[in-house]
Design a protein. Structure first.
Length: 189
């Protein structure tokens, strides 16, 4: 599965995403405020919300970078830095990956519980989505704390996480028969 599906299609997907980001940046340029800075500050997120989000974001980046190096590093890093340095780097990133995984899982639950109340869709979100948030025009569509696209991504993510958790057991039973330890197996009658 890794060599026939994940490596070729995953690598192609990463290149497509990088190309899409470059194309978007080329067409829209840097996104920033359109109004001059007034110096007035509004707290959008509490310190707890920022801490939960940053813990989750840092763990995500560590998992992403270490995963890319472990999966694709022998194709683009090994020829450049050599086997000794690549071996050391891969070992260090594998260790970081193993520590970041549980942090990501716990912080993800904290982030979901923290932000679920602000991600309940309303009528303004439909207007925002239909107008694309004003992305293709010069007029930004107002939104509440989170815009319609952020709310859609939040609920799609929650749904996918639930699907992965529920579906991982039966999938692993098919792919890796006997993966469960004797203590976790259920007896069928």
């Amino acid at each position: 599965m890794r060599n026939q599906w994940i490596i070729p299609y995953g690598g192609s997907f990463l290149l497509i995403v990088l190309g899409a980001i470059a194309l978007f940046y080329w067409r829209k340029g840097p996104l920033g405020g359109h109004q001059p800075d007034t110096g007035r500050k509004i707290e959008r997120f509490t310190p707890f919300e920022r801490s939960a989000h940053w813990a989750n974001a840092i763990a995500f980046v560590v998992l992403g970078v270490s995963g890319i190096v472990m999966a694709f590093g022998k194709y683009f890093l090994l020829p450049v830095i050599g086997s000794t340095l690549f071996g050391w780097l891969t070992y260090a990133l594998k260790t970081a990956h193993n520590f970041a995984g549980p942090l990501f899982a716990v912080s993800l639950v904290v982030v979901i519980v923290t932000f679920v109340k602000d991600n309940i869709p309303n009528a303004a979100d439909i207007k925002w989505v239909l107008k694309g948030g004003g992305l293709m025009s010069e007029h930004e569509i107002p939104s509440h704390r989170f815009n319609g696209a952020e709310k859609m991504l939040f609920w799609i993510g929650v749904f996918l996480i639930g699907l992965i958790v529920v579906g991982s057991g039966p999938v692993l039973d098919k792919v890796l028969p006997g993966w469960r330890t004797p203590a976790t197996r259920c007896r069928s009658r």
